[in-house]
Design a protein around this ligand. Structure first.
Ligand code: URA
Ligand code: SF4
Length: 210
């Protein structure tokens, strides 16, 4: 049987595919709700679908996605390990920036995804996702690679891979920041320590050894 959260996420994906809450529904080929396991320890949030994502219905399948895959494999992760989505679920025409009214209309989906996925670590790709998830935190150029705790969730703002494709000097920043992400994951996804053996069990063990 499908656990409740996965079922609810499937319902949310279907809702997104039929959504007409902002004008982007009129120009999309299809909506791109998100993809990955549920629950997911690691969630990645980008800006909006581009040309390829709009055609294929999956996030980060174009050139920026290839760079993201390389960065993930650098720290031992693959797509199967992470849930990936965007602030906007539909492509803005000509890949223009999201407009505030579109981001607001789409925000409830992102908030519901956060609740259902229960991520421990959220990677924020680029300034639009930063504005939505950590409003007022300052610019991406200042806080990229750092750790921002909000409740039980560790947020890591990062440059958007598409920005690095336009400005090659950001690639090394992204690589260094992903190395920091690996350290954060080691800290936040560490398996819980094994339980202390109960006193009676300890005694029984000692007797058995005699
Ligand atoms: N850029 C994004 O922000 N999201 C995608 O899904 C693809 C490119
Ligand atoms: Fe709905 Fe979001 Fe698509 Fe707008 S961008 S139509 S709010 S799913």
């Amino acid at each position: 049987m499908m656990p409740a959260a996965s079922l609810e996420l499937a319902v949310l994906h279907a809702e997104v595919r039929g959504c007409t809450k902002c004008s982007l529904h009129a120009t999309r080929t299809q909506a791109v709700p998100g993809v990955g396991p549920c629950p997911a320890d690691v969630m990645i949030v980008g800006e909006a679908p581009g040309f390829n994502e709009d055609r294929q219905g999956e996030p980060f399948v174009g050139p920026a996605g290839k760079l993201l895959d390389t960065l993930l494999s650098r720290i031992g992760l693959s797509r199967a390990d992470v849930y990936i989505t965007n602030v906007l679920k539909c492509r803005p025409p000509q890949n223009r920036d999201p407009m505030p009214n579109e981001a607001e209309a789409c925000e409830p989906y992102l908030q519901r995804q956060l609740k259902l996925l229960q991520p421990k670590v959220v990677l924020i790709l680029g300034r639009h996702a930063l504005e939505r998830l950590l409003p007022g935190q300052g610019s991406i150029s200042r806080i990229h690679g750092s750790l921002v705790m909000r409740g039980d969730i560790a947020y890591v703002p990062l440059y958007h891979p598409a920005a690095a494709l336009h400005n090659g000097s950001l690639v090394s920043d992204l690589e260094r920041d992903f190395d920091s992400v690996r350290k954060y994951l080691d800290r936040f996804l560490a398996p819980p320590p094994p339980p202390e053996p109960e006193p009676e069990r300890q005694e029984a063990e000692q007797l058995r050894l005699l």
